[in-house]
Ligand binder design. Structure first.
Ligand SMILES: Cc1cc2nc3c(=O)[nH]c(=O)nc-3n(C[C@H](O)[C@H](O)[C@H](O)COP(=O)(O)O)c2cc1C
Length: 217
């Protein structure tokens, strides 16, 4: 598969087939993904693969009390439940069926291996994540290449203390995401909704589009 095709079609999967993802498929994905960059090559990323039904249920039980109020808050009651946007209905189906997905990859990271350079700016620090999330996206792409779909989630990071206990996460390690993986029940998306290049790239000055709409490159 072309890399650009994988990048363009690695959407968020909400419906998974029951079949397990074989160890060798996961291995190949982790093996390719570990070449993702991290600051100072400190390699802080660890993965915990959760396939045990009781442990998946425990994660789902932690997720749903976060998801359900969020979902309820998005619908003020004026819209019939089945008339909500499809993306929301799909996300709700995903949440309500989280315990039965094939696997949940818990993305962990060693805090000491992060090197955030934006902690004194008086705003949210995000740089630490730059040593974690390239590897996560690599996993999603490497799985996509092998016909396996994924859904990145972060809602459950709210419950890190409980997840820490459930997985025996040592001190100094944190949870950064929970990536649900499995074979897609409905195939892969062909066209993801994203802003066009014209809207997101500037040249030299933030106000100057590098590729103005209508111009040919
Ligand atoms: C950082 C991040 C956090 C996310 N967290 C959640 C989550 O907690 N629960 C969920 O259902 N989807 C979550 N998503 C999935 C997004 O809702 C999804 O990527 C977005 O709607 C775009 O979907 P698409 O990639 O299929 O176009 C998350 C995605 C990202 C990148």
């Amino acid at each position: 598969m072309e890399l650009s095709t994988a990048m363009r079609t690695t959407g968020t999967c909400r419906y998974f087939r029951e079949d397990p993802v074989p160890d060798e498929v996961l291995y190949a994905a982790f093996d390719a993904a570990r070449f993702g960059p991290q600051g100072g090559n400190r390699q802080p990323v660890r993965w915990a693969v959760v396939r045990d039904p009781a442990r998946k249920q425990a994660l789902a039980d932690l997720y749903l009390p976060l998801w359900r109020p969020y979902y309820a808050g998005l619908n003020d009651g004026s819209v019939a439940a089945n008339a909500l946007p499809k993306t929301l209905l799909d996300a709700n189906h995903f949440a309500e069926n989280l315990a039965t997905v094939p696997a949940i990859l818990v993305l962990c990271a060693e805090l000491a291996g992060l090197h955030p350079t934006d902690t004194e700016l008086g705003r949210l620090s995000v740089v630490g994540g730059a040593s974690i999330y390239p590897t996560m996206q690599n996993v999603c792409l490497a799985l996509r290449e092998q016909g396996v779909a994924s859904a990145i989630t972060t809602l459950l990071c709210h419950q890190e203390p409980q997840v820490r206990e459930l997985l025996g996460l040592p001190d100094g390690f944190i949870t950064a995401a929970h990536v649900v993986v499995g074979y897609p029940e409905r195939g892969f998306p062909t066209r993801l909704t994203r802003r066009p290049v014209e809207d997101i790239v500037s040249l030299e000055h933030f106000d100057t589009p590098m590729f103005p709409a209508g111009a040919t490159v």
